[in-house]
Design a protein around this ligand. Structure first.
Ligand code: ADP
Length: 367
């Protein structure tokens, strides 16, 4: 587990990290996701001990590695923190064979020759590079080099591994395979991992948990479902590509639902914290895939006069890999995702009037 409390870091008066608090779950892969320049590498460098924060405490498995206890200041050196770090571009020693690159970090651990040999061979096997043991880095592809860098970091048996955009240096055609293999290694080793990326799909593919960095702090951390289904801020909602609606919670309906007035429409939403929201301005998010699109106005199927149906005009149709994204203007743009079968049935095109409908339980709400 990595625990970070009240961490701040500025460069030339510019606050990059501002009172950041987070707990990273042990033995899981946590994606650290944020746009370029949001401070991801800065945070990794601080955790690894390569950069000092202006303030804040950092604990690794309950041991303080940086911070203040009473009047005592703690700041463990990078090698004392038992952290493996794989940089964005691999940092293999070009003049050393792959095998020697892996062995390098083990030499400072005062291990027996036999143990060093055993660990090196195990790591080479793990990353599938046994036959490249005697090769030099420039004789390997980008993906193989990243695997060697990973092997070098893992050989010291760190408690934690930090991976900074580890796929960025891999050739495009091998990225997918490399990701799958990397995930397999990390899961096999059950090692606490922070996986930095600015790519939402990659975070979704690789991680158990996602931490979203923005405005100098962790905007939200949770498992993938929580992040995608229940964003708790507009920043996270925008990042996950979900639809955002603004409204006011006006009253409770039949215990399960609350009524929201939004842009001349009344919506129903299901929420467990409902009564506290009454009278407040709220933000609602709805995932494109949770929206049903029809060309005829749907008939009312529940007992209420509110059907969560909004009328709009199609403004954009984008064919994606396995779905089609249709944008509907309902006073502001709403994105929907339709399967190929549905799009055939729909027979709709740009400029057509359509109806979007959603189940109250698919709406997420926060103040
Ligand atoms: P990310 O990894 O999310 O792209 P970084 O942590 O690399 O972001 O950088 C965050 C911000 O801090 C950027 O605006 C960057 O220019 C600035 N920054 C990072 N390192 C330094 C440094 N050593 N000196 C000055 N500014 C820096």
């Amino acid at each position: 587990m990595i625990k970070i409390e009240t961490l701040s870091k500025s460069f030339n008066e510019k606050k990059v990290l501002n009172n950041l608090n987070v707990e990273i779950q042990k033995n899981k892969i946590t994606a650290l996701l944020g746009p370029n320049g949001s401070g991801k590498t800065t945070l990794l460098n601080i955790i690894a001990g390569l950069l000092n924060p202006d303030q804040g405490n950092i604990y690794i498995n309950n041991l303080m590695v940086h911070g203040t206890i009473g009047t005592k200041k703690v700041n463990l050196k990078p090698f004392e923190r038992q952290i493996g770090y794989v940089f964005q571009t691999n940092a293999l020693f070009p003049h050393m064979k792959i095998q020697d690159n892996i062995t390098y970090g083990l030499k400072s651990l005062h291990l027996s020759k036999a143990e060093i040999k055993k660990r090196t061979n195990t790591m080479l096997k793990l990353v599938d590079l046994t036959e490249y043991a005697q090769a030099y880095p420039n004789q390997l592809s980008g993906g193989q080099q990243q695997r060697a860098a990973l092997a070098r970091s893992l050989a010291t048996e760190p408690q934690i591994i930090l991976l900074d955009e580890p796929v960025s240096a891999v050739d495009p055609q091998y990225k997918e395979t490399f990701r799958q293999e990397l995930k397999k290694y990390l899961q096999t080793l059950e090692i606490t991992t922070i996986y930095v990326t600015h790519n939402l799909n990659e975070a979704f593919m690789m991680a158990d948990n996602i931490a979203i960095l923005g405005n100098g702090h962790i905007e939200q951390i949770g498992n993938k479902k929580e992040i995608f289904d229940k964003p708790q801020s507009e920043y996270v909602a925008k990042f996950t590509g979900t639809n955002i609606l603004k409204g006011k919670a006006t009253k409770q309906q039949n215990k399960q639902h609350i009524q929201i007035e939004t842009n001349n429409n009344t919506l129903l939403t299901t929420t467990s914290t409902n009564t506290e929201l009454i009278g407040k301005n709220v933000t609602i998010t709805i995932k494109p895939e949770d929206i049903t699109l029809t060309t005829k106005k749907p008939t009312n199927t529940n007992n209420s006069n509110i059907t969560n149906t909004l009328q709009g005009t199609i403004t954009e149709i984008i064919q994606m890999h396995s779905t089609t994204q249709i944008t509907v203007d309902i006073g502001f743009p709403i994105k929907t995702k339709i399967t190929p079968t549905m799009i055939k049935k729909l027979e709709a095109t740009i400029g057509d009037t359509v109806y979007i409908t959603f189940n109250p339980s698919t709406l997420n709400i926060f103040t």
